[in-house]
Design a binder for this molecule. Structure first.
Ligand SMILES: [Ca+2]
Ligand SMILES: [Ca+2]
Ligand SMILES: [Ca+2]
Length: 457
């Protein structure tokens, strides 16, 4: 039923509204690709979002929002039904006059953006589409709850972030965008993420910009938590983006055009080397801004989640995460890999994905163990499906082997996170690059693979 509805909506139609110029232009700052290349990369089209969608409340936990931005003229802001501007805490939640969100930095009801980061993130999701100006936002059905936890130089504390998560959950947010990084996760923050999981609130997290391998997610993995890495316009992982088993999927994160909060220059505040003030301003009046970071990849995923929920408000966070991962477009080496996880966010694909169906394949670690009976390479990871068939591990020489050798033992039951195979070290009988491949089959015969490489000396 939903599937049919979706196909109908994909049929080309005329757009009543007037197009957003940057959604159709290229080279505005001398670059060789589209100004909003990220929209094309995820398969977004104005038609995709033209169908009626339920409103979805999205909390942006960030530096706040320039809610007077001209290209946010159509945005719906959160409106607390239980507290009004009267100097009293009408809803008794500890926040006096939390009418449109909250400023956890200054302890007031005005989450104004003094750094520009939160406005840029919000613009990716919710810039007004079809108003004939500026950029197109991805999800016109969102209602934005700006929760300011970072100050004018983009600094904050994990305690404030945790408080903001509790706030968002208490006020019914369906998705929380956390484009924040740097600090080590605290217990308080982990508890807040767990709290969101219990309430089936999806938390979309930027992978971080250290260019490092993440052996695991920043928080204990939850079925409501998605960690997003960044790709560049060539569909390659951006050098700054963290990667590894802790990253679920990737989205556009290099040279992302979005909104500039007035009187801000976020790249300047971030202290980027070789950045000259004003360099990333775009357009007359400098109302727009381009920026790099996994911070700007995460909102692509947040927006896609909001579209999925908008079309089917009964979807829980676990299903939404599943739909986004299972439909991601494979990048880099075949299958789920260390650089790009499940691959690139694919918006039309995610909208067609059956919520209950999944095949998870992931190699999360390769470790050497010495035992009495010899030296072994232990392959650990994830092999599971909603209807599991079987799984096996193979090895092959080189980056893209043509010959594969199967490990002796097959998996006949799913593994959520654990040992998948033990390979005798003798399997790797030549020095150089080797590939380990995991194949997981569904009971219906379809399959997914995951690969990881190792170098033998
Ligand atoms: Ca209140
Ligand atoms: Ca616009
Ligand atoms: Ca891949």
């Amino acid at each position: 039923m939903l599937f049919a509805l979706w196909l109908a909506s994909l049929a080309p139609g005329s757009l009543a509204a007037s197009a957003d110029p940057y959604a159709g232009s290229s080279g505005s700052w001398g670059q060789a690709y589209a100004d909003q290349w990220g929209l094309t990369a995820i398969g977004w089209q104005a038609q995709v979002v033209a169908e009626p969608l339920a409103e979805v409340l999205v909390a942006i936990i960030d530096t706040g929002l320039d809610y007077y931005h001209p290209d946010l003229a159509g945005v719906r802001l959160y409106s607390n039904p239980d507290d009004v501007l009267n100097g009293r805490d009408d809803d008794g939640n500890g926040y006096v006059d939390d009418v449109i969100g909250w400023n956890f930095v200054d302890g007031n009801g005005n989450p104004w953006d003094q750094a520009g980061h939160g406005t840029h993130v919000t613009g990716v999701i919710a810039a007004t589409t079809g108003n004939g100006r500026g950029v197109a936002g991805i999800a016109p059905n969102v209602r934005i709850m700006p929760l300011k936890v970072l100050n004018f130089i983009g600094r904050g504390t994990t305690t404030r972030v945790a408080e903001a998560i509790y706030y968002a959950v208490s006020k019914g947010a369906r998705v929380i965008n956390l484009s924040l990084g740097g600090e080590a996760p605290s217990m308080a923050l982990q508890r807040a993420v767990d709290h969101a999981a219990r309430h089936q609130v999806l938390v979309v997290l930027a992978a971080g910009n250290a260019g490092k391998e993440m052996a695991q997610p920043r928080f204990v993995d939850q079925p409501n938590l998605i960690t997003v890495g960044a790709i560049d316009p060539a569909r390659v992982r951006a050098g700054f983006s963290n990667y590894g088993p802790g990253v679920d999927l990737v989205a556009p994160g290099t040279d992302i055009l979005s909104l500039r909060a007035r009187r801000t220059d976020v790249s300047l505040v971030a202290g980027l080397a070789d950045y000259a003030a004003g360099q990333n301003f775009v357009g007359r009046g400098a109302h727009y801004y381009r920026a790099n970071g996994t911070s700007f990849a995460a909102p692509f995923v947040t927006a896609a989640a909001a579209l999925l929920i908008g079309r089917d408000p009964k979807l829980d966070a676990t299903s939404v995460k599943r739909m986004l991962l299972q439909s991601a477009k494979d990048l880099d080496i075949p299958g789920v890999d260390n650089q790009t996880g499940y691959g690139l966010l694919d918006l039309p694909g995610s909208l067609k994905q059956a919520p209950e169906r999944f095949i998870d394949a992931r190699v999360t670690g390769l470790g050497v163990v010495q035992r009495a009976d010899g030296l072994f390479i232990q392959v650990s990871g994830i092999a599971r499906a909603d209807r599991f068939g079987e799984a096996w591990v193979e090895t092959g020489k080189g980056d893209d082997p043509t010959n594969w050798r199967k490990a002796e033992a097959r998996l006949t039951s799913p593994v959520s996170q654990g040992l998948l195979a033990e390979l005798p070290a003798g399997v790797f009988d030549a020095p150089g690059r080797w590939t380990v491949r995991l194949t997981v089959t569904h009971a219906d015969g379809t399959r997914r693979e995951a690969r990881s490489v190792l170098d033998i000396e």
